[in-house]
Design a protein around this ligand. Sequence first.
Ligand SMILES: [Ca+2]
Ligand SMILES: [Ca+2]
Ligand SMILES: [Ca+2]
Length: 546
Amino acid sequence: MFRRVLVVFLAMGLLVVPGTAVAVQAEASLPDEPRAERGDEALARGILVRTENPTRTTLRAFDEFLPLSQALLRAEQVAQEPGVTWAEPDLVLGPSDITIPNDPLFDQQWSLWEGGSTDDVSVRAPLIWGIDSGDPGVVVAVIDTGVAAHPDLAARVIAGYDFVSDIAMANDGNGWDANPADPGDWISQADINSGEFSSGCDLTASTWHGTHVAGIIAAQWNNEYGISGAAPNVTVQNVRGLGKCGGTISDIAAAIRWAAGDTVVDELTGIAVPMNPTPADVINLSLGGASACTKTMADAVSTARALGSVVIAAAGNEAAPVSSYLPANCPGALAVAATDATGAQASYSNFGVTAGQIFIAAPGGGGGRGILSTDNTGLTSPAQPDFDVKAGTSMATPLVAAAAALIASSGVTGPGAIEQQLGAAVRSFPVTGGQDCTLVTCGAGLLSFDLLAAAIALDGERGTVRGRNGVLVDGTTLGLPEGELVTPYTKFPGETSYTRGVGVRRVSVVSDTRGEFTWQRRTGKKIYVYFRSASGEQSKRVIIPA
Ligand SMILES: [Ca+2]
Ligand SMILES: [Ca+2]
Ligand SMILES: [Ca+2]
């Protein structure tokens, strides 16, 4: 179970303040979701009521603070009144409401939590976990070296595809294939002598880079083992684009498009790769090379965005202008710079020369303080699961991907909307006495999950948060045949048009009590649908064209 730790952050002006409305009512749990202890039930000061005419939200204050369970009953009664669109408790969240998992190595995860050390500058992840620890239905595609088997990843990582085409680089005996497990990417002297690899390859043991990145995003939390991911309930999809000595733009671009749900054809065989059954909400690219953005890469990124995926890319570790490194310099890719444990710009991090080249910064370690994550002991082929530290923009990027996944988990859809919230979830760069980040060198600010919480809370008042009180139904109860291919559209009370959702939706359908969804059949896209109802009833409209 979780520990709750009393930490007073008020002096830093963090987190929601008493009276802030947050859509966490009921917290009826989604399946297999570890839950914060509810022994100390949240208190509500009243009921927030939304009426149709005029469309506005008002507070009906209680005479005294009521526990959440009682407030929910009141809210249900209010919701039955004529003209009421929805009603929910106005909860009071205290600054002590920090969810700390029991993973034994969590204390070493300084990039997630400052944990009492005055030096470490983290993303303050526990400040949002009590509200949003991620939805298993939200998928982050990690395009990397593949993932090795690991107990802290087994339940959180699903197989994607292996897009390393060169057989020597692939190191698994074949080109593209359906098994993206990491066979190891070591380079021996014999490899260098063979002439099979580019001249830039150095002797190295296997890096288990993809395994490390995956763990930063979604390592199993609260299992009394290892570490916790930053978005510990989202799903990582393992898509292999790197092998021995790296990967090629063509393979990585194919991996990006496939991850987003595009049709990808194997050019060697002319056969289409099976469609990704779980297109990604977020694509993590902890990789790069020194080049202007090429057409192939630019097209892949823009295609992914058009299909609904947020693309997040490491700025690179050359201590050089990011404009010279792809894919971070590609239009639509969100470039991530790294900070060290002091919050200064990491010595290796690539940086912006003009504002906007870097989107945001996050801890990537450095100066002897690395980022702890899942690893493997194998020097060549995979051996035993392990934990170890690495540093780089590769480690900062998955923190941003995790934050994007938490935003997606809250029901915000589409790269534009997710990016907007992500860009707002930053605090000012600290003054360190070292090489401080600036708005030009490191982007909009330092990623700060507590501010993500505020953004999600505000969004809840507009009714776009999929709360934890969802009624769980499956697609068949909506009259949709099992396996139906659909795309979600949303319209909320007071809006006149439908907005198309992202292509990635759940098989199971989660409702909250505000608004409605409609669906359209769409071939070629596997879908998962969220469903909204009014006052617990399914006020859906299902449109299935001929
Ligand atoms: Ca292969
Ligand atoms: Ca393979
Ligand atoms: Ca763990």
